[in-house]
Design a protein around this ligand. Structure first.
Ligand SMILES: [Zn+2]
Length: 379
């Protein structure tokens, strides 16, 4: 309970819900203007005179998307049905488990709908996972009653990755560079594990948005060619610029494996295409995770506050906001909750309130100082 980043995350959430609704009125002039319908910052999207952003102006309810997700869900269901008992080894599917609501939902639903699918859950420790998140993983795995492997690469590997990424941010900021690379390494480790254990399928709980905008895919399955090729870069950064040759070996080299040993990679939540509220409601109903606010700063990844603060200093808003503004626009996330979260992140990133010491400590763990990532707290 004494981990400083957990304390900060809890303070942040408490403040956003209970104090910020009043505090914001006093500092409104120092905050960016935000879209009245999706909460996007004026620094992300241009606002018109009515205070509405260009994306909301041109947004039309997508009726065909509904039919499409029904088709995708049906195709996914048929494929998963065929994989029950199809593995030559002990398992049919390696299932990525982060301890968050999405992967918890995925495992429970798969278990219910495909009772004969032999699943092995997989979690990676990236060296910056909070102790609370670790405990959550352990408790949920027991509740889900599923076989599980926890992979812990040496911490120096992730320190090297994150340090390089945060000092070489691409156009998508901390989210699109550091968090994205973290996810890519997690997927690569799953690919390697599946090949080694001869598991024919990998299931990952990324949302439709994460698949489309993060992985730039428009399908619930990753293309075969991608799975069968060697990785040479992450987030646009060549691996050989970041790592020594033995560390590059830890990434996925699909071309070295016989094609029959390369697992297919599915994203079930892409096909199911659910609203955030629906997922939260279900995991609460199933008695797996309590229904509470999930702020982007209080996730299982300790670096999230650092990424948010760095983004605010470099571009005026955090890269995490893009995904949530889209969900608000599509009616899949709550406007008021996220508006207050984004506003307070902007305020706290500049003043350092609550986050300053944590940000400085996280940077120190990466061997960096505030000036290395363009952060200047106002005193
Ligand atoms: Zn908008």
């Amino acid at each position: 309970m004494s981990d400083p980043s957990e304390r900060v995350a809890r303070l942040f959430e408490f403040y956003v819900q209970n104090v910020w609704p009043v505090h914001r009125k006093l500092v409104k002039r120092r905050l960016s203007r935000r879209c009245r319908s999706c909460a996007a910052s004026e620094k992300m999207l241009a606002l018109d005179s009515a205070g509405v952003c260009v994306s909301c102006r041109s947004f039309v309810e997508a009726a065909p998307a509904q039919r499409r997700s029904e088709r995708d869900a049906e195709a996914l269901s048929q494929s998963l049905g065929r994989y029950q008992g199809a593995g030559t080894g002990l398992y049919d599917a390696l299932v990525l488990f982060s301890g968050g609501k999405d992967s918890t939902y995925m495992i429970h639903r798969l278990r219910t709908e495909f009772p004969r699918l032999r699943m092995l859950a997989f979690t990676i420790h990236n060296g910056f996972m909070s102790p609370v998140a670790e405990r959550n993983v352990q408790e949920l795995i027991e509740r889900l009653d599923i076989d599980h492997v926890f992979v812990r690469p040496r911490k120096a590997f992730h320190v090297k990755l994150f340090r390089y990424c945060i000092t070489h941010l691409n156009a998508d900021g901390g989210y699109g560079t550091v968090d994205f690379s973290d996810g890519e390494f997690m997927l690569d480790t799953a690919r390697r594990l599946a090949a080694e254990k001869d598991i024919p399928l990998i299931l990952c709980g990324y949302s439709r948005y994460q698949v489309q905008n993060g992985l730039r895919l428009d399908d619930f399955e990753s293309p075969r060619e991608r799975e069968c090729s060697d990785r040479v870069e992450t987030a646009g950064l060549p691996l050989k610029d970041i790592f020594a040759p033995d560390e590059v070996e830890l990434w996925w080299h699909g071309a070295r494996w016989p094609r029959g040993r390369v697992a297919r990679l599915f994203f079930p939540l892409f096909a199911w295409d659910l609203e955030e509220e629906e997922v939260k409601k279900k995991v609460a109903e199933w008695g797996l995770l309590p229904k509470k606010a999930h702020s982007p700063i209080a996730t299982n990844h300790k670096l999230i506050p650092l990424l948010g603060v760095t983004d605010v200093h470099q571009r005026g808003y955090s890269g995490f906001e893009i995904e949530f503004c889209r969900m608000i626009r599509e009616g899949k996330a709550d406007y008021r909750q996220w508006l207050f979260t984004f506003e307070f992140l902007e305020y706290t990133a500049r003043t350092g309130l609550f986050v300053k010491s944590v940000v400085i400590d996280l940077l120190a763990q990466l061997g960096l100082r505030t000036e290395d990532v363009g952060i200047r707290f106002n005193e």
